[in-house]
Design a protein around this ligand. Structure first.
Ligand SMILES: [Cu+2]
Length: 148
C-alpha cells in the first residue's frame, strides 16, 4: 500500500508508534479507565473512559447505548458542550473521554446511578462492532489520577 509522505516531525512519531510493523493490521480496541461519577442530577450523568487502538487501521465510535438511558458523545467547547457523532479512534492511538473534556453524556435516565453499582454500556464501532463496558459508579468527586 502506498503511504503518504508526512513532514519529518510527524513521521518520526509515527515510526515509533508503528515500530512493531503492524501498520496494515485491523483496528484492535480495548477500553480502560471507565467510570461514572455519581451524578447530582436524577436525569443526567457523565461518563469517562479511554479507548485504545493497537491496530493499524482507524476506527470510529458511531453510537453508544445503555439500558439506563440515552447516551451520546459530547465534546466540551469553552464552557458549553455539544454532541459529536462518529468519533474517531486513530490507528495506534486513543480516544479519550475525560473530566473537563469529551465525555459520554447520559440523559433521560430511567434510574439514578448510585456509587458502587455498575452501568452496562455498549460502544458501537464502525469496524470492530460492539464493545460492552461495565462502568463502575464512583463518588461524585472521584479523580482517576488519585484513585479516590
Ligand atoms: Cu455533555
Amino acid at each position: 500500500m502506498r503511504r503518504l509522505v508526512a513532514p519529518a516531525a510527524v513521521l518520526t512519531g509515527a515510526l515509533v508508534l508503528a515500530g512493531c510493523g503492524s501498520e496494515d493490521s485491523k483496528a484492535e480496541l480495548s477500553v480502560s479507565g471507565a467510570y461514572i461519577p455519581q451524578p447530582v442530577s436524577d436525569s443526567m450523568a457523565a461518563g469517562f473512559l479511554t479507548v485504545t487502538n493497537k491496530g493499524g487501521t482507524k476506527d470510529k465510535l458511531t453510537s453508544v447505548t445503555s439500558d439506563v438511558g440515552e447516551v451520546t458523545a459530547h465534546e466540551t467547547v469553552g464552557s458549553s458542550m455539544q454532541e459529536v457523532k462518529d468519533v474517531d479512534v486513530p490507528a495506534h492511538g486513543q480516544l479519550v473521554f475525560k473530566s473537563g473534556g469529551s465525555h459520554l453524556m447520559f440523559e433521560k435516565l430511567k434510574r439514578k446511578p448510585e456509587q458502587g453499582e455498575k452501568v452496562t454500556v455498549k460502544l458501537h464501532f464502525a469496524e470492530s462492532g460492539t464493545v460492552t463496558v461495565e462502568m463502575p459508579v464512583k463518588s461524585p468527586t472521584y479523580n482517576p489520577k488519585t484513585g479516590h
